[in-house]
Design a protein around this ligand. Structure first.
Ligand SMILES: [Zn+2]
Length: 66
């Protein structure tokens, strides 16, 4: 099930499998269907994903790796 996410004034749709976000719900659905069937991402689909700044959680765990 694709998640709808509010990002500022925009609505984005997130593939539950790979967590990538898209402007179009249809694209997110295609991604999710593909991810579920193939257990990998389709480059032709993920090129439409919204690029975002990485969340702080990730930076934090990376810095603790030393
Ligand atoms: Zn996906």
């Amino acid at each position: 099930m694709v998640n709808a996410i509010r990002k500022d004034e925009k609505i984005l749709y997130q593939c539950e499998e790979c967590k990538l976000r898209y402007k179009e719900r249809e694209t997110a659905l295609k991604c999710e269907t593909w991810c579920r069937e193939h257990k990998s991402c389709n480059l032709e689909i993920i090129k439409y994903a919204e690029k975002e700044v990485e969340e702080n959680v990730e930076n934090l765990s990376a810095s603790l790796n030393d």
